[in-house]
Write a protein that binds this ligand. Structure first.
Ligand SMILES: Cc1cc2nc3c(=O)[nH]c(=O)nc-3n(C[C@H](O)[C@H](O)[C@H](O)COP(=O)(O)OP(=O)(O)OC[C@H]3O[C@@H](n4cnc5c(N)ncnc54)[C@H](O)[C@@H]3O)c2cc1C
Length: 558
C-alpha cells in the first residue's frame, strides 16, 4: 500500500469527493467522531479500502465536548468493573507512550479526604488497585498519600476546615477535537478517503444486504452513490434516528445524557494539581487546561437539539456550587470565561436481539448483512471499539483480512516528538520564538512542526500571536485550513483551536482575519465568509445568554 498525503484541504476534498463515486470500497464509515475516525484508521491499516463521511466537521458531535480525560475511570472501581478499568488504563498507557505522546499528557489529581481513618483506608485501597490494574506498563507515577499540610502546599485554594488530607494520583488528558482530527489525517495517510460536510442520507440495499449509501455533498448539494462491501455506522447520539431512517431494526437504542463544563482563568484557583471531588451522584473534576481550568461535569437526561447542546444556567450553578464545597476563595459566576456541553451516547440493548454484542460499555450490532453499527463506550477506549467494529465488518467481506495493527501504530506527529522536545532551546533560537511557544506547538503538532512553520519562512507575520493572551500563533490558523480540513470560522475557533471557550471574547475579535484566510485558502466567497462569521456569532450568542442568566441569578441571590 502506498503512503498517501495526510493533508486535508479543499483540493484534497475535491479529489476525495470524486473518489467516493468512482470505486467500490471495502468499508464505508458514517461519522467522523473519535469512533468513526478510529474505525477508518483501523480498517485502512489492515490494508482495506476505506471511505469516511462526516456530516459536519471532525469531532463536531460529542468528541469535542468531553472532559478530555484519558482515564481508567476511578469511579468504575466502585461498580467493581475491573475489566473496563484495566482495559482503559492499558489504552491510556499506550497513548501516552506510543500512539500519541505529543497530544496525550499525564495530569495529576488531588483527591481530598474529609475524614481521617475509614475514608483514607477505603480510598487508599481504590488508588492502589487503580495503579495496579494498569499491569506492567508504568508511564505515569504511582499515587501518593498526602497530609493536610501537603495538600494545602499543593493546592492552597482547598479549604482546610473541611479537608483532612488526601491522595495525589495520575491520569492523562487530551485536546479531544485535535486528537480526533489527527487520527482522521492518519487514516488518510494510510489511504482512507476522508471527507467532512458529507451527510449519509440513505443506505443502498440489494435485497436485505446493504451495499453502500447515498451521500449528500453539503457544499455542492450533489448526491453521490457510494458502493461498499460493508458500511459501519459510528454516529453516537444520532444512531437511533439513522437506524430508523435506513429502515433497520437495531438491537440497541441510545439515550442521551448531557454533561456541561465551565471554564475559568488559572488565577481563579490556586493549585498545582487538578482536583477530583466525589459528589452525591458521580464526581466533579477541576482540570488544568493551559491558562484556564475546566470544571465539570453534570449528568442530566436530555431530549432537545442534538446539534447544539447548551449548558443551562442550572448546570453552571450546579458546577460552581459543587466546586465551592472545597474551594476558598469561592468561584464566582462572573469569572466564567466559557462553557461547553456534550451528549453522552448511553446504550441500552434489547436482551432478545440475536445480533447485538454488548462489550463492557459499548455495543456492536449487525442488524442486516453488509451493515454494522457501534455506539457507547468512552473516548479513552476508541481504539478497542474501532477494532471490535472492524472485526465484525470483516465477517461481511468474505475474505481473510489481517488482524488490527493499531496497537503499535503511532498517529501523525508522534514520530520523533521526544527528540524535538529535547531541542526546544535550539528551535526557539532558530525560529525566533519563545520556548513556551515552541512547546505549545510541539504539544499540538509533534513532528509536523516543520510543516506548520514552513510558510512563516516567507511571511514572518505568521509567527505573531493569533489572539491576545493565548499561545496560538497565526500560522496555526493557516495550517488548519491547508492541512486540517477547517472550512469555517466555527471549525477554526471551536475545534482546531479552543479559542471559543478559552478567550473571554470567544475569538469574535479575529473572525474577519480568519474569514480572509478562509477566502484565500479554502476558496470561500465573500458571501460565504459573511455567513460563516454570522453563524459563529449566533452560536456564541446562544451560549452567552445562558451564562448571563446564571450571573443574573447569582447577583439577585447575593
Ligand atoms: C460531558 C462528557 C464528558 C465526557 N468525558 C469523557 C472523558 O473525560 N473521557 C472519556 O474517555 N470519555 C468521555 N466522554 C465520552 C466520549 O466523549 C464519547 O464516548 C465519544 O466522544 C463518542 O464518540 P462517537 O464517535 O461515538 O460520537 P460523536 O463524537 O458524536 O460522533 C458521531 C458523528 O457522527 C456524525 N453524523 C451524524 N449523523 C451523520 C450522517 N447522517 N452522516 C454523516 N455523519 C453523521 C456527527 O456529526 C458526529 O460527528 C464524555 C462524554 C461527555 C458527553
Amino acid at each position: 500500500m502506498s503512503i498517501s498525503n495526510s493533508s486535508l484541504n479543499i483540493a484534497a476534498r475535491g479529489s476525495a469527493i470524486t473518489a467516493l463515486g468512482e470505486s467500490e470500497f471495502d468499508i464505508l464509515v458514517i461519522g467522523g467522531g473519535i469512533n468513526g475516525v478510529g474505525i477508518a484508521l483501523d480498517a485502512a491499516s489492515r490494508g482495506l479500502s476505506v471511505a469516511l463521511v462526516e456530516s459536519g466537521d471532525f469531532a463536531s458531535g460529542t468528541s469535542s465536548k468531553s472532559s478530555k480525560l484519558i482515564h481508567g475511570g476511578l469511579r468504575y472501581l466502585e461498580q467493581y468493573d475491573f475489566r473496563l478499568v484495566r482495559e482503559a488504563l492499558y489504552e491510556r498507557e499506550l497513548m501516552v507512550t506510543t500512539l500519541s505522546p505529543h497530544l496525550v499528557k499525564p495530569v495529576s489529581f488531588l483527591y481530598p479526604l474529609h475524614e481521617k481513618l475509614i475514608e483514607r483506608t477505603y480510598v487508599g485501597a481504590g488508588m492502589a488497585l487503580y495503579d495496579a490494574l494498569r499491569g506492567f506498563k508504568r508511564a505515569l507515577p504511582w499515587h501518593k498519600h498526602l497530609t493536610q499540610k501537603k495538600v494545602s502546599e499543593i493546592a492552597p485554594s482547598l479549604r482546610l476546615d473541611v479537608i483532612t488530607g488526601g491522595f495525589q494520583y495520575f491520569d492523562a488528558q487530551v485536546d479531544d477535537a485535535r486528537h480526533t482530527m489527527s487520527i482522521a489525517r492518519t487514516a488518510a495517510k494510510y489511504g482512507a478517503v476522508i471527507t467532512t460536510r458529507t451527510r449519509c442520507e440513505e443506505v443502498i440495499k440489494n435485497g436485505k444486504r446493504v451495499v453502500g449509501a447515498k451521500i449528500r455533498d453539503l457544499i455542492s448539494d450533489e448526491v453521490i452513490e457510494v458502493r461498499a462491501k460493508a458500511t459501519i455506522m459510528a454516529s453516537g447520539v444520532w444512531s437511533d434516528q439513522l437506524h430508523e431512517k435506513f429502515g433497520l431494526k437495531a438491537g440497541y437504542s441510545v439515550r442521551m445524557s448531557k454533561g456541561s463544563h465551565i471554564v475559568v482563568p488559572k488565577s481563579a484557583i490556586n493549585s498545582q494539581s487538578g482536583v477530583i471531588i466525589k459528589t452525591d451522584l458521580s464526581v466533579l473534576f477541576i482540570i488544568p487546561w493551559g491558562e484556564q481550568w475546566i470544571v465539570g461535569t453534570t449528568d442530566t437526561d436530555y431530549q432537545e437539539s442534538k446539534e447544539e447542546p447548551l449548558a443551562s444556567s442550572d448546570d453552571v450553578s450546579y458546577i460552581i456550587n459543587q466546586a465551592n464545597r472545597v474551594l476558598e476563595p469561592k468561584l464566582r459566576r462572573d469569572q466564567v470565561i466559557g462553557v461547553f456541553a456534550g451528549l453522552r451516547p448511553l446504550v441500552s440493548t434489547d436482551p432478545d436481539s440475536p445480533t447485538t454484542k454488548l462489550s463492557r460499555e459499548h455495543v456492536v450490532d449487525s442488524p442486516t448483512p453488509g451493515f454494522v453499527s457501534i455506539a457507547g463506550g468512552k473516548y479513552t477506549t476508541y481504539r478497542v471499539m474501532a477494532e471490535d467494529a472492524v472485526d465484525e465488518a470483516v465477517n461481511h467481506l468474505r475474505r481473510i483480512v489481517p488482524d488490527s495493527t493499531t496497537e503499535n501504530l503511532a498517529i501523525i506527529g508522534a514520530e520523533g516528538y521526544s527528540v524535538l522536545i529535547n531541542k526546544i532551546p535550539k528551535l526557539a533560537t532558530e525560529y525566533g520564538l519563545a520556548e513556551d511557544t515552541i512547546r505549545h506547538l510541539l504539544d499540538r503538532y509533534g513532528s509536523l512542526f516543520d510543516e506548520l512553520l514552513a510558510p512563516a519562512k516567507d511571511d514572518s507575520t505568521l509567527l505573531e500571536p493569533l489572539i491576545e493572551g493565548l499561545p496560538y500563533i497565526k500560522a496555526e490558523a493557516l495550517y488548519a485550513i491547508t492541512h486540517e480540513a477547517a472550512l469555517s470560522i466555527d471549525d477554526l475557533l471551536s475545534r482546531r483551536t479552543r479559542i471559543a471557550f478559552e478567550a473571554s471574547d470567544s475569538g469574535l475579535s479575529i473572525t474577519s482575519y480568519l474569514g480572509e484566510l478562509l477566502g484565500k485558502y479554502a476558496g470561500l466567497e465573500k458571501k460565504e465568509i459573511a455567513k460563516s462569521i454570522n453563524e459563529y456569532e449566533q452560536i456564541i450568542l446562544r451560549q452567552r445568554k445562558n451564562l448571563e442568566r446564571a450571573i443574573q441569578i447569582e447577583s439577585k441571590v447575593s
